[in-house]
Write a protein that binds this ligand. Structure first.
Ligand SMILES: Cc1cc2nc3c(=O)[nH]c(=O)nc-3n(C[C@H](O)[C@H](O)[C@H](O)COP(=O)(O)O)c2cc1C
Length: 298
């Protein structure tokens, strides 16, 4: 059995989507990125990102930051909330994030990254994992170097999304970089990038010998990707209804309306007249109307 994990995705992998993924068979879950400083300052948004339900275990909470002490203190407090692991974001490519030395910018500074690893490792007793990219750009592909440093500093597992920061989400993910990291360390390596089906996951394991596979965009509008078998149309409809109920139950009303629209638009991918349907979904004023538009097109 291959463990399939749901990738962290900002503004997507909240409680309802994570629960749906788990119910479809996803392994360890990860929160969306949580700004370490914002969390310590008590921002309501970051607190919401850090919340999870008992049925989500095992779950990792992912931190975004650059200052080792801030990251360590945030990790300590997140550990106290009952998280099973703390994950460090070393992949975010967004300009205003990397300008602060955070996300994928951490890959440019291996010595700085080593200090972050050491400080965070000392702060927590639960699992400590990192999520890296191949490197900053094609002249500085250093995933193996970062992975070796991380292993030496006591990091428990490494997820590799092998595109460089410069590649953002473009082109194909070079899985051979995942294989090089697998060869270089003894801790578990989780492969990520362009997996859209169970067959893709199997191919990634065969090509890289990674310990588990993480799926991001392939789960949008298709959380049944975590099931090994084909999922029938009625079962898909049931999963979508369940997702809509969870959005209603667990998100504040304004967030819930936007999330419902976003996810139903993903579920509608490939429908006839999908572009027009999308517009209709986003124009609908309240949840019942959004659902009505969707189910009429189903
Ligand atoms: C909308 C979106 C939001 C993302 N947010 C995060 C994030 O918060 N933390 C993170 O580590 N990666 C984030 N990622 C990257 C994914 O976790 C994953 O590494 C990437 O999408 C490649 O995997 P895929 O080809 O399966 O989508 C995000 C990706 C997308 C598309």
């Amino acid at each position: 059995m291959i463990e399939l994990r749901l990738a962290p995705m900002a503004a997507v992998t909240n409680v309802p989507f994570r629960l749906v993924a788990r119910e479809c068979g996803a392994g360890r879950l990860t929160s969306e990125e949580i700004d370490a400083r914002g969390f310590l300052e008590g921002s309501a948004r970051t607190r919401e990102f850090a919340s999870f339900l008992p049925e989500e275990h095992p779950i990792a909470l992912q931190l975004l930051g650059a200052d080792p002490d801030v990251l360590a203190e945030a990790a300590r407090r997140l550990e106290a909330t009952g998280a099973d692991a703390i994950d460090l974001n070393m992949g975010c490519p967004v300009a205003k994030i990397v300008a602060k030395g955070q996300g994928s910018a951490l890959m440019r500074d291996p010595l700085g990254a080593a200090v972050v690893f050491r400080t965070m490792r000392k702060a927590i007793g639960v699992g400590f994992t990192i999520k890296i990219r191949g490197g900053w750009d094609d002249r500085t592909v250093n995933a193996v170097e970062i992975a070796r440093i991380a292993e030496g500093e006591g990091v428990d597992a490494i997820t590799v999304h092998p595109r460089t920061r410069s590649q953002q989400y473009n082109g194909t993910a070079p899985w051979d970089i995942i294989a090089s990291v697998v060869d270089a360390v003894t801790i578990p390596v989780i492969g990520n990038g362009d997996v859209r089906s169970f067959a893709d996951a199997r191919a990634m394991v065969a090509a890289t010998r990674c310990a588990a596979v993480m799926i991001g965009r392939g789960a949008l509008g298709a959380p049944w990707v975590f099931r090994a078998a084909e999922v029938a149309r009625e079962e898909r409809a049931r999963i979508i209804r369940r997702h809509a109920e969870l959005i209603d139950a667990y998100l504040p009303p304004r967030t819930a309306l936007l999330q419902l629209k976003k996810h139903l638009a993903w579920y509608a991918h490939g429908f006839p007249h999908a572009a027009r349907l999308r517009e209709e979904l986003f124009r609908a004023p309240e949840p019942a109307a959004v659902l009505d538009v969707f189910w009429r097109a189903w």
